[in-house]
Ligand binder design. Structure first.
Ligand SMILES: [Zn+2]
Length: 229
């Protein structure tokens, strides 16, 4: 096998995976199914970081076809499953409001199974974040996004604007967030990626900034106290 780079969902670090950390196998089935020959590929990756060593398991279903010189998987997988962990959701710290992390985690969990339900949860999550973080409440998510334009940095704005201009996501922004819209799992994934990035940029950055400033204040006060002694 060829080495490849990979990101561990458990310790959130990147690593290069070689044959000593990877196992993958095809289970080929030829039992008169409507798709003729099919193959289930299962794979396991162990995180090489010595203080992690967690492992992930995933499976993909392929059509098994004659490829000219040998039998093999044809095209993109028909289905794919993340078995461990069950979704690709990131683990965010406890100080992020629970309503936001639970919508986010559920959106990740059903992304491939039901992209439209996932996108609905993501839009609700996005609205929850804007209302909570910026104290903004407008008629629709579309108006709420417009209301924070001057409050977010231009790069963040570009990302939000890019996601809301995608096909059905954009077309329905002006409607109720609970309206279920047809999107594919890639589009649902873009919304999830945007939420991850906003949680990081808004909540995590704010918390870390507060920690840094508190440390500075603490050190300064200690110095002051020492001087006045
Ligand atoms: Zn790891």
């Amino acid at each position: 096998m060829q080495d490849f780079s990979w990101h561990c969902p458990y310790c959130d670090r990147s690593a290069t995976i070689t044959s000593s950390n990877f196992s993958g196998k095809f289970h080929v089935v030829d039992k008169n199914s409507k798709d003729e020959k099919i193959a289930l590929h299962t794979s396991l990756i162990t995180c090489p970081n010595s203080d992690c060593k967690e492992y992930t398991i995933s499976a993909q279903l392929f059509l098994w076809r004659w490829l000219g010189n040998d039998w093999g998987p044809e095209g993109e997988p028909l289905l794919k499953w993340s078995l461990k962990p069950q979704s690709e959701s990131k683990q965010f710290p406890d100080y992020i409001p629970q309503a936001i992390t639970s919508d986010y985690e559920e959106a990740c969990l059903i992304r491939d199974l039901s992209p439209k339900a996932s996108a609905t949860l993501s839009r609700r999550c996005l609205q929850g974040m804007i209302r909570d973080f910026f104290n903004v409440k407008e008629k629709t998510l579309f108006h709420e996004i417009n209301a924070i334009k001057e409050k977010v940095d231009p790069l963040t704005w570009d990302a939000i604007d890019a996601v809301r201009s995608i096909g059905n996501i954009g077309a329905h922004m002006e409607k109720d967030i609970n309206l279920i819209i047809d999107v594919d799992s890639n589009e649902a994934g873009l919304l999830i990626g945007l939420i991850e990035s906003l949680i990081q940029d808004w909540y995590v950055a704010r918390f870390e900034r507060q920690q840094r400033l508190q440390t500075i204040v603490g050190v300064a006060e200690k110095k002051k106290a020492e001087k006045s002694q």
